[in-house]
Design a protein. Structure first.
Lengths: 128, 216
């Protein structure tokens, strides 16, 4: 996969407009090996991106294996709820994942709606 | 521009982001249970704090054994204008954790195989390197092609009167066909830990450079 400058800029635009603009604190596009491809935040988030990406990719891989063990192709909702911060994972395709950090001011349902739009736009942009 | 190198179907390999000028490469420390993979990373983490802008991530069981992996990004600084980040991982060595070992190997660019020099661990080393070969195959990778360095760890055990395998035996068991660079080491004392790391980083970066030239 080769992404040009324009595509990377467009990815940033898609993530910013749909997610950061809707109140998500931080969003990362990573691959399933744990590499960071794009990351955007609202300016107030100072998480350790590389560690988070490594753990998120591993967590996603573990979840996929668990799904197969119980006879599912995949689990459609991967969501971790904290007291203040929450994480939501979303698969773009077999290689790419989106990781969102958001607080309780946004509902999960709203985020999932936004996310399906983002995935659609990314799939179209990247020709996946 | 962003270039993901890799075979179709497998996870992309190292990622080179030409827009932000960042290269990310993944190096995995592999080997049988209790051979010293985590101790290698702990030593590096301790000695190279200036190059690591991150906490070391460890996913352990209660008994202090690696459950999933240890991880930290190692900042190599600028190479030809690129910010090079080496992602260092260990795998869990215990036989039962093969599925998590496979997950960690996804997208690997270079491997350090840590062998245990203790005489009674001879068989465990052989089983583990075979397991590495099989798991790499799942990602369409050949143990003969991937950058690989073997480290004969725990050479210090001899001082404590514990029987260790001589290097010739270890080479015969593990490296007679592969013929990759190998080092005697003691992760606990830090002997040759950095040398092993430097060698695998060098080989991994050379291999990536070669692959990048082959990209259309």
């Amino acid at each position: 996969m080769i992404l040009g400058q324009k595509q990377l800029d467009k990815i940033d635009d898609i993530l910013t407009a749909n997610l950061i603009g809707s109140g998500v604190q931080s969003v990362m596009l990573i691959d399933t090996a744990g590499n960071v491809i794009a990351s955007i935040n609202n300016g107030n988030e100072t998480v350790d991106l590389y560690s988070l990406a490594a753990l998120a990719a591993a967590n996603f891989g573990a979840m996929s294996c668990m799904a197969k063990i119980v006879g599912e192709d995949e689990f459609s909702l991967l969501f971790h709820k904290g007291e203040k911060e929450n994480i939501y994972f979303c698969k773009v395709n077999e290689e790419l994942l989106l990781v969102n950090i958001f607080n309780n001011q946004i509902s999960l349902g709203f985020l999932r709606l936004k996310m399906s739009k983002v995935v659609e736009e990314l799939v179209e942009l990247l020709g996946l | 521009m962003y270039v993901g190198l890799g075979m179709s179907g497998g996870a992309g390999l190292a990622f080179i982001n030409l827009k932000d000028k960042v290269i990310q490469a993944k190096i995995v420390y592999y080997g049988p249970g209790r051979c010293g993979k985590t101790t290698n990373l702990e030593y590096i983490y301790d000695k190279c704090r200036l190059q690591i802008n991150s906490e070391m991530v460890t996913v352990k069981t209660q008994g202090d054994r690696t459950l999933f992996f240890d991880f930290f990004p190692f900042d190599m600084g600028k190479i030809s204008g690129y910010d090079v980040k080496i992602q260092l991982y260990t795998v869990p060595g215990q036989v039962k954790y093969n599925s998590t070992r496979r997950l960690v190997l996804k997208g690997v660019d270079g491997v350090v195989f840590v062998a245990d020099s203790a005489a009674d661990r001879r068989n465990k080393n052989i089983i583990s390197i075979k397991n590495l070969e099989e798991n790499l195959k799942l990602y369409n990778k050949n143990i003969r092609d991937i950058p690989l360095v073997i480290q004969y760890n725990k050479r210090d055990l001899a001082k404590e009167g514990i029987e260790i395998l001589d290097v010739e035996t270890l080479e015969n068991d593990l490296n007679s066909e592969l013929k990759v660079p190998s080092f005697e080491a003691s992760a606990v004392e830090g002997d040759n830990v950095i040398l092993t790391l430097k060698k695998i980083i060098y080989d991994t970066m050379s291999s990536l450079e070669k692959q990048l030239k082959q990209e259309p």
